[in-house]
Design a binder for this molecule. Structure first.
Ligand code: ARG
Length: 461
């Protein structure tokens, strides 16, 4: 039972089967650094309340510092007998400072309030890392938008040609959800700014420890208002897992487009060699594996979120051991994104766009029909009639194998007396995008403003 945090009331140690099941060091060891920070803060609170002398506090902090160094360079690792990161570190502390002083640290805290606090600290740090990665992806998209500010592509609805849009407008459309993901992290941080340390197992502690001191020490704005909530809630973990899943989904939608754009049929993009993969059998292949992995891993992150929500559903208050299952899914989503995002951003930054191909396809599929209808409306034809007239024009062009601008004057007039030859002025993709100049529209002047607004928005985050 050496090093166990409990055992006084037990006749012997746990069965090997239980020990194996109960063990969590293989995933909670990544909280070690936070556990040590928590212990330092807790030691100071114990000393402030008179449970550690100044000398004992010094010894304790020195031992914790030593232990932190040993953890950082891998000299101290969990032993087979350690149940979790908390018990392993207590063993390490007692090894360094002796049981007399080391044994005092545990007063007034529980692994329940510890782990709830440490997870928040860890998520807070990873939120900053992931947000940085997301900003790099946004930067890559914005740079591509800037480099191709005049390029026009077929805008689609239902994956069918709809109306021409600027490539820059389309790329920026992928940025805004990512900006909102960054907002989500910022908003999450406000709710996660409360320290559960001091909640004890569930009901608080009797020792009069100053939880505010600990909270401040650990970088929290305040202490949780309810010790049961502090130890039993995991909605903040689930919310974090949701944000990671949402980032995954936002990337996945762009990934799907890149996979399509990279096909022979679309021919819109070429991937940089450093960001694409080959085939072991087909020598000619150059595959969009990063985009496919992004699409695939979004499913994995959704799974992590739904798994966690299922764990939480139906748990009575307060702490239950089920709650230990919060860590692996959210840690997995974090690792997934921290590996995926830099690769994905690199793929975007180095993407080569074939703007000629996009421009060639942009007017196809009668994508300028709406422009004709709106041109008619500007000449005071009701939209209902305009829609009907333009529909007939499309039908005529389709039947005769023509594009809209190829229909001759006589045929135009035969379809409707409103279709005078000037209508051809709106039948260019350039004219079409330029005319969509309302707020948020695809006109180059609006898209330039939008890009500036986006850059400013990200700068202020
Ligand atoms: N490893 C646990 C968790 O991650 C913390 C330990 C609490 N254990 C307990 N038996 N109360 O939630």
């Amino acid at each position: 039972k050496a090093g166990a945090l409990w055992g006084g009331r037990f006749a012997g140690g746990p069965s090997p089967e239980l020990a194996r099941l109960s063990k969590s060091t293989h995933f909670d060891w990544q909280l070690a650094e936070y556990d040590l920070q928590g212990s330092r803060a807790h030691a100071r609170a114990l000393a402030a309340a008179g449970y550690l002398s100044a000398d004992e506090l010094d010894q304790m902090l020195a031992a914790l510092d030593l232990l932190a160094l040993d953890v950082a360079d891998g000299r101290f690792v969990p032993a087979e007998s350690d149940e979790d990161v908390h018990s392993a570190l207590e063993r390490g502390l007692i090894d360094r400072v002796g049981v007399e002083v080391g044994g005092k640290l545990r007063a007034g805290r529980s692994r329940n309030d510890q782990v709830a606090t440490l997870v928040r600290m860890s998520l807070r740090d990873h939120a900053a890392i992931i947000a940085g990665n997301v900003i790099e992806l946004i930067d890559a998209l914005v740079s591509q938008a800037e480099a191709h500010s005049g390029a026009i592509m077929p805008g689609r609805t239902h994956l069918q040609h709809a109306q021409p849009v600027l490539l820059a407008h389309h790329l920026l459309a992928h940025c805004w959800p990512l900006v909102r993901d960054l907002d989500r992290f910022a908003d999450w941080s406000k709710r996660a700014d409360f320290s559960p340390y001091g909640s004890g197992a569930l009901a608080g502690n009797t020792l009069g420890l100053d939880a505010n001191l600990v909270a401040t020490d650990l970088g929290f704005g305040a202490v949780v208002e309810n010790s049961i909530d502090g130890t039993a809630s995991r909605d903040l973990v689930a919310e974090f897992a949701y944000i990671t899943a949402q980032i995954g989904i936002d990337m996945s939608r762009l990934a799907e487009e890149i996979i399509l754009w990279n096909t022979k049929e679309f021919g819109f993009v070429t991937l940089d060699d450093a960001y694409s993969t080959g085939s072991s059998i087909m020598p000619q292949k150059k595959n969009p594996d990063i985009a496919e992995l992004a699409r695939g891993k979004s499913g994995r992150m959704i799974g992590n979120l739904t798994g966690l929500l299922s764990t939480l559903k139906g748990l009575p208050l307060a702490y239950n051991r089920d709650l230990q299952e919060d860590k692996e899914p959210v840690f997995d989503s974090i690792e997934t994104l921290e590996v995926l995002l830099p690769a994905f951003a690199g793929m975007i930054a180095t993407l080569h766009f074939h703007t000629d191909r996009m421009a060639e396809l942009a007017p196809q599929g009668f994508s300028l029909a709406t422009d004709v209808a709106e041109w008619l409306v500007k000449r005071h034809v009701s939209f209902r009639d305009a829609h009907e007239i333009t529909g007939s024009l499309v039908k005529f062009a389709e039947t005769n194998g023509l594009d809209l601008h190829e229909v001759d004057d006589a045929a135009l007039l035969a379809i409707s007396p409103h279709l005078v030859p000037e209508v051809r002025e709106v039948l260019t993709i350039q004219g079409s995008v330029e005319s969509r100049d309302g707020i948020g529209g695809t006109a180059p002047v609006r898209v330039a403003e939008q890009r500036a607004a986006l850059v400013e928005r990200v700068r202020k985050l």
